[in-house]
Design a protein around this ligand. Structure first.
Ligand code: NAD
Ligand code: LMR
Length: 303
């Protein structure tokens, strides 16, 4: 087994360079599975904990055969959620239902709000210091829900709660590079506001929403978080977070990430907006405000 281990490392070229524990809640889903695969390739992760209410055993068994450093474990059902989360440094939540054509993200609220609330309660109880990445839609409401839950539990750290809007940035970079005929390496478009495209939902025609591009985007955000935790002092991403950059309590902007989470919000992307951008920003604010308030009220009105 020793020789096998050494061989394994040299075969894939991945040395475990750090040992962060990582969990995905909703790991057997359309996003969860490819995200788990991408994170299985990270040399920064030593433990990959996969939780779902269904089908997660097979996903974990499958992934565990990849000869990369992290150990994969499966957890299923409420009774195993706590163990999944103990000691975890970064937890990503893509649990919940996706849209079908004709639906808005807000149409998912009634189901996903409760799922996110329950899962974040468990995060608060078992890994209150973890970076929490929320993917479940509507992100503009589920992040405020998570914040309220963490406040009620007395463990809210606004620097460690993130709505994942990396897909917006990934899309913007792709589209701008295509339109302007630029090399992707030269394009870096910050996306501000909230998480807002319907192209994939329509193309999938009832079979769900973005999963592969979302997993790619989420893996980028995870990798950035792990690098920040590991001491890299030059990590910037966009995310929907608690914010004082506008009059809204949560807002997506570029942030600087460090060992303790958000080190700074970057206001410069909001100055020098074109008239078109300025108008778009003002137009989105009422909808974003309503989504945030709906999320907060959902938790506060519960007995
Ligand atoms: P999916 O239906 O394929 O997977 C969801 C998974 O969540 C399933 O495996 C399901 O069993 C699991 N699940 C449901 N309830 C759960 C619970 N209580 N605890 C644990 N797991 C639970 O959906 P998907 O395509 O992976 O999308 C998931 C969510 O991500 C949707 O809400 C979707 O709208 C959202 N999404 C967000 C973005 C973004 O940019 N933030 C992008 C794409 C999709
Ligand atoms: C996306 O932007 O692709 C996701 O928010 C999923 C959706 O419902 O469109």
């Amino acid at each position: 087994p020793k020789a096998q281990k050494a061989n394994q490392k040299s075969q894939n070229g991945l040395q475990p360079v750090a040992s962060y524990k990582f969990a995905i809640l909703g790991a057997a889903g359309g996003i969860g599975q490819p995200l788990a695969l991408l994170i299985k390739m990270s040399p920064l992760v030593s433990a990959l904990n996969l939780y779902d209410i269904a089908n997660v055993k097979g996903v974990a068994a499958d992934l565990s055969h990849c000869n990369t450093p992290s150990q994969v474990q499966d957890f299923t059902g409420a009774s195993e959620l706590g163990n999944c989360l103990k000691g975890v440094n970064v937890v990503v939540i893509p649990a919940g239902v996706p849209r079908k054509p004709g639906m808005t993200r807000d149409d998912l609220f009634n189901i996903n709000a409760n799922i996110v609330k329950t899962l974040v309660e468990a995060v608060a109880d078992n890994c209150p210091d973890a970076f929490i990445h929320i993917i479940s839609n509507p992100v503009n409401s589920t992040v405020p829900i998570a914040a309220e839950v963490l406040k009620q539990k007395g463990v809210y750290d606004p620097k460690k709660l993130f709505g994942v809007t990396t897909l917006d940035v990934v899309r913007a970079n792709t589209f701008v590079a295509q339109k302007k005929n630029l090399k992707l390496i030269d394009v870096d478009v910050p996306v501000v506001g909230g998480h807002a495209g319907t192209e994939v939902v329509e193309a999938k025609a009832g079979a769900g929403s973005a999963t592969l591009s979302m997993a790619y985007a989420a893996a980028r955000f995870v990798e950035s978080s792990l690098r920040a935790l590991d001491g890299d002092g030059d990590v910037y991403e966009c995310s929907f977070v608690q914010s004082d950059l506008t009059d809204l309590p949560f807002f997506a902007s570029r942030i600087k990430l460090g060992r303790k989470g958000i080190e700074a919000l970057i206001p410069s992307d909001l100055s020098g907006l074109s008239e078109y951008e300025e108008k778009a920003l003002e137009a989105l604010k009422p909808e974003l405000k309503a989504s945030i308030e709906k999320g907060i009220a959902f938790v506060q009105k519960q007995p």
